[in-house]
Unconditional design. Structure first.
Length: 381
């Protein structure tokens, strides 16, 4: 309104020099004060940012130290990956195909002394975990413990004897030699580790059938004695929450239809349920598992390698499981007792490479073919 009035009257009122001077003098301190306040606020904010970064770095360093310290609890026997043998005459195409996968041997040991994971113990469970490095898909293959194979020392017997004779190094070499694989790393656990893990996760859901119920309850007696953990007998079959002793006992059942073949299927079922349950666990539960179980695990992975793998593990997905050998028959071998006999090992290994790596053009190495011929000669199959 003031501007419109001035235009109409033609008035061109100008401020006096005194007014201009007074205004200028009055504005300068205010501007300087605001500028100074902004600079102080910026410096203060910068200090807070730097302080925040320092706190964050401190937390990361402390957490890193804590994680590494926890990893130091894992048993790490001297098992040089480069000393684990692989078949030198594997076809180039086989080697190239497997380079896109990480293959790890998982051993569950039948030990009555918790935490004793070296040689002298038979591997009650032998599982090959094959990880597709691109898709992060995981396939699990149980090698039946009574499978008649070369124990990697020229002696033929049940394959679970390799771990007992020469520890994880010989057991991995046994798998590589008989199956044309490139396994260099392993992880071993015992009854106690599995039992504690299940309990700390609050149990796992398993569908127990009528035939399994009696044997599961029978196994809980010894499993409780070995682990020192008490449990209750199951009162009925069906889908239900199993505690650690019950889940471990479920893994050990072999006196039902399917014998050891069905037993390994139960073991893979428990592993898959464990993985699915662990993915939903909070940091407190995971920390409790680390504290309780890490000392009952043995591996030849270094701390650095485990830390590098850890972020990727969250994206792993178990897509399928199988038992090996695919074509088999039970049979008695002179001096060896009842064994699982691969009916043509070379053909079984071809199926294995097709299943794990999608390698439909696989041909067995001379080493695998020679072992296959020897098994046929010893068993008549």
């Amino acid at each position: 309104m003031a501007k419109e009035t001035m235009k109409k009257t033609g008035s061109k009122k100008k401020p006096s020099s005194a007014g201009r001077s007074s205004s200028a003098k009055g504005a300068a301190p205010s501007t300087r004060k605001k500028g100074s306040s902004r600079r102080k606020a910026a410096k203060k904010k910068k200090r807070f940012i730097i302080f925040g970064i320092e706190i964050l770095l401190l937390v990361v360093l402390v957490a890193g130290f804590y994680v590494v310290r926890q990893l130091d609890r894992i048993q790490k026997p001297i098992v040089d990956p480069e000393q684990v043998q692989v078949n030198e005459d594997m076809p180039e195409e086989t080697v190239k195909t497997m380079s896109g996968y990480t293959n790890i041997a998982l051993f569950g040991l039948d030990t009555r002394t918790p935490g004793q994971l070296g040689k002298g113990n038979r591997s009650d469970t032998i599982i090959i975990a094959s990880i597709n490095n691109d898709t992060k898909e995981v396939r699990l293959v149980s090698v039946f413990r009574d499978t008649y194979l070369d124990l990697a020392n020229g002696k033929y017997n049940k394959c679970n004897g390799a771990y007992s004779a020469g520890g994880p190094e010989q057991a991995m070499t046994m798998l590589n030699k008989n199956l044309d694989l490139d396994i260099k790393y392993y992880m071993s656990v015992d009854f106690a580790a599995l039992t504690e893990t299940v309990d700390l996760l609050g149990g796992i859901m398993i569908d127990v059938d009528e035939e399994e119920l009696l044997h599961l309850n029978n196994y809980t007696v010894e499993t409780s004695k070995v682990t020192g953990v008490e449990t209750q007998k199951l009162v009925q079959p069906g889908l239900q929450l199993l505690d650690g002793v019950q889940a471990t006992s479920y893994c050990r059942i072999r006196y039902t239809a399917g014998d050891d073949f069905k037993r390994t299927e139960r073991q893979r079922e428990v592993i898959m349920e464990l993985v699915n349950t662990a993915k939903k666990a909070d940091i407190t539960e995971i920390n409790e598992i680390i504290n309780a179980v890490f000392s009952k695990i043995a591996t030849n992975y270094t701390n650095e390698e485990i830390l590098q793998m850890a972020p990727e593990m969250l994206g792993y997905d178990i897509v399928d499981t199988q038992g090996f050998p695919f074509d088999r028959t039970p049979g008695t071998v002179s001096g060896k007792g009842s064994c699982v006999i691969p009916v043509n090992l070379a053909e079984n290994v071809r199926q294995l490479h097709e299943y794990l790596f999608g390698n439909y053009s696989y041909t067995p190495s001379d080493e695998v073919q020679a072992i296959s011929d020897k098994i046929a000669q010893d068993t008549g199959y």
